[in-house]
Design a protein around this ligand. Structure first.
Ligand code: SOE
Length: 388
C-alpha cells in the first residue's frame, strides 16, 4: 500500500457504527486494490475517557471532543458521521462548507428537510459523499441487483420487505441517552420508520426504482418511558412498528413492514421480488444465500434453487477466501469503503449518495404522513440511482 495517496479520516462517534466504519477503513485496502489509503487519523466524541479507549483500540492518532474543531482541521480529508441522527445535518453541512468529503450514517436526516439541506451542501461544495446503507453491499443482494439489471426477472410485479426486531418490548426500557437514543424522537427523528424501514426502502429504490405513493400505518405500543437524561417519565414520540403498501413507478405493488415487537426476531431483514420470469428471496440471517426460481428452466427441473453466494464470480467474493467460505455483516461496510475509494479514484460518485439518501427520507416522510392522515400519500419524485 506504500506510495498510495492517503486519505485522513475524521471519525465522529465511537458506538456500534464507529466500530463498523473504523474496521472497514482499516480492512478495505488489505483486500481490495484501491487508489487511496484511508488513515484512521482523528476520532471525535464528547466523552473523553470513552473516546480515548476507542481511539487506542482502533489506532486513531489524535482526539477531539468538539466536532467543530475536527471539521476545522486542515489535516482531515473526510468526515465520517457515525453519531446519533440529530447530529448528522449540522456536522455534514459544516464539513461540506469546509471542503471535506462526507460520509454519513443512515438515515441521512431526521426528515427529508434535513436531508435536502445536507444534499444541497455537499453538491454545492462539490465534495464526495455517501450514506452508509450497508445492506446494498451484501454480495447476495448485489447479485440480485445484477440479475434484475440484466433482465432475468422481466417485468417486476411485486416487492416485499420486512425488518423485524424485538429489543424494545420491555416497558422498563428507558428512552434517550447512549445506546437508547433510537427511542427518543427528538434525537432519532422517528422510530422504526427511519431506523429499519429506511434500510428496506434504500434497497428497494435501488433494485426496483422510485416509489410513487404509499399508504401506511404506525403504532407506538408503549406510550410513556422514563427518559435517561431527565429522569422523568415522558411520552414516547417514536413509532414502534410501521407498515405500508406502495406502488412503484414501474407499476410493481409492494408491502413493507418494520417493528421492534416481533418476539424472537433480532434483525430479520427479508426481501422478495416476483417478476414475470423469475422470483428471488433474500434473508439477512442467511445473508450469503439467495433463493431463486426461474420459470424458463426446463419444466421437469423447475424449482426453487438455493444459491450459495461465495464463488469467485459472485460480487466481491473473488477478493475474499475460497469458494464455499462465507463472509458476513462487517464485510458490507468494507465493500462500501472499497467502492467509495474506487469511485473517488475514477472521479465518480458512489451510491448511495446523499441524493439517494434524500430519496429514502422522502419515502419515510410520506410513510409517516400517511400514517397520520390515514390516506394514500404521494412521494415527491426523486430519481434514484445517481451513481453505480
Ligand atoms: C437498530 O437496532 C439497528 O442497529 C439499526 O440502527 C441498524 O441500522 C441496523 O442495521 C441494525 O439494527
Amino acid at each position: 500500500m506504500a506510495g498510495k495517496k492517503t486519505l485522513n479520516i475524521g471519525m465522529v462517534g465511537y458506538g456500534f457504527m464507529g466500530r463498523t466504519h473504523s474496521n472497514a477503513f482499516l480492512q478495505a485496502g488489505r483486500f481490495f486494490d484501491l487508489p487511496y489509503r484511508p488513515v484512521l487519523y482523528a476520532a471525535c466524541a464528547r466523552n473523553a475517557e470513552r473516546l480515548k479507549a476507542f481511539a487506542e483500540n482502533w489506532g486513531y492518532s489524535s482526539l477531539e471532543t468538539d466536532w467543530r474543531r475536527l471539521v476545522e482541521r486542515k489535516d482531515i480529508d473526510l468526515i465520517d458521521i457515525a453519531s446519533p441522527n440529530d447530529t448528522h445535518a449540522e456536522i455534514a453541512i459544516a464539513a461540506a462548507h469546509a471542503g471535506k468529503m462526507v460520509m454519513s450514517e443512515k438515515p441521512l436526516g431526521r426528515d427529508a428537510e434535513e436531508a435536502k439541506a445536507m444534499t444541497e451542501a455537499v453538491e454545492a461544495a462539490g465534495v464526495a459523499n455517501m450514506v452508509w446503507y450497508n445492506y446494498r453491499r451484501v454480495p447476495a443482494v448485489m447479485l440480485l441487483k445484477q440479475l434484475i439489471d440484466e433482465g432475468h426477472f422481466g417485468k417486476i410485479f411485486h416487492y416485499r420487505a420486512k425488518f423485524l426486531q424485538d429489543w424494545t418490548i420491555s416497558q422498563d426500557l428507558p428512552q434517550g441517552g447512549e445506546g437508547l437514543w433510537r427511542l427518543d424522537a427528538a434525537v432519532a427523528g422517528s422510530g422504526v420508520t427511519g431506523d429499519l424501514l429506511a434500510h428496506t426502502i434504500d434497497t428497494a429504490l435501488w433494485l426496483n426504482g422510485p416509489i410513487r405513493e404509499v399508504a401506511a400505518m404506525t403504532e407506538t405500543f408503549i406510550k410513556e418511558r422514563k427518559h435517561n437524561l431527565t429522569g422523568k417519565v415522558q411520552p414516547v414520540g417514536i413509532d414502534d412498528a410501521s407498515a405500508f403498501l406502495c406502488r412503484f413507478e414501474n407499476g410493481a405493488l409492494a408491502t413493507f413492514e418494520a417493528t421492534r415487537y416481533a418476539r424472537g426476531h433480532k434483525a430479520l431483514y427479508t426481501l422478495e421480488i416476483n417478476g414475470e420470469h423469475a422470483s428471488a428471496m433474500w434473508d439477512l440471517h442467511d445473508l450469503h444465500r439467495i433463493q431463486y426460481f426461474d420459470h424458463r428452466d426446463e419444466g421437469r427441473l423447475r424449482g426453487w434453487r438455493s444459491i450459495h453466494v461465495t464463488d469467485g464470480d459472485h460480487p466481491y467474493m473473488s477478493r475474499w477466501w475460497v469458494p464455499g467460505l462465507q463472509i458476513g455483516y462487517e464485510h458490507t461496510f468494507i465493500h462500501q469503503v472499497a467502492d467509495f475509494l474506487q469511485a473517488l479514484g475514477e472521479g465518480k460518485a458512489a451510491a448511495p449518495t446523499f441524493r439517494d439518501g434524500l430519496a429514502t427520507d422522502q419515502v419515510t416522510d410520506a410513510v409517516l404522513k400517511s400514517a397520520r392522515s390515514r390516506q394514500w400519500e404521494n412521494v415527491p419524485f426523486a430519481q434514484t440511482g445517481s451513481a453505480a
